[in-house]
Design a protein around this ligand. Structure first.
Ligand SMILES: [Zn+2]
Ligand SMILES: [Zn+2]
Length: 91
């Protein structure tokens, strides 16, 4: 294992653990698509949905848009389980 493997991000001299980046920068790259985005974006004041001015509730969305996303996820989960159920029943 080379020990002089440094993070490729300028001004960072942590050891690279993955794809030439240190753990912190690799994580930022994966999460935000930019290794230099090292901290989470400030918690938004408003919904991230275009043209929606409602106050932020959770996951970047207002309560209304969060619930839409939540219900969609729940429906997807149910649909997957149903497939699983029928797959098992068919055996
Ligand atoms: Zn780094
Ligand atoms: Zn909204």
């Amino acid at each position: 294992m080379p020990t002089n493997n440094r993070c490729t991000v300028t001004s960072c001299d942590d050891y690279a653990v993955c794809k030439g980046m240190c753990r912190k920068h690799y994580r930022a790259k994966r999460l935000y698509g930019d290794p230099e985005a090292t901290k989470r974006p400030e918690s938004p004041d408003h919904c991230c949905v275009d043209a929606c001015e409602a106050p932020h509730f959770a996951k970047g969305r207002c309560h209304h848009h969060y619930m839409i996303e939540y219900r969609a996820r729940k429906r997807r989960f149910k649909a997957e389980n149903r497939e699983l159920f029928y797959a098992e029943a068919a055996e």
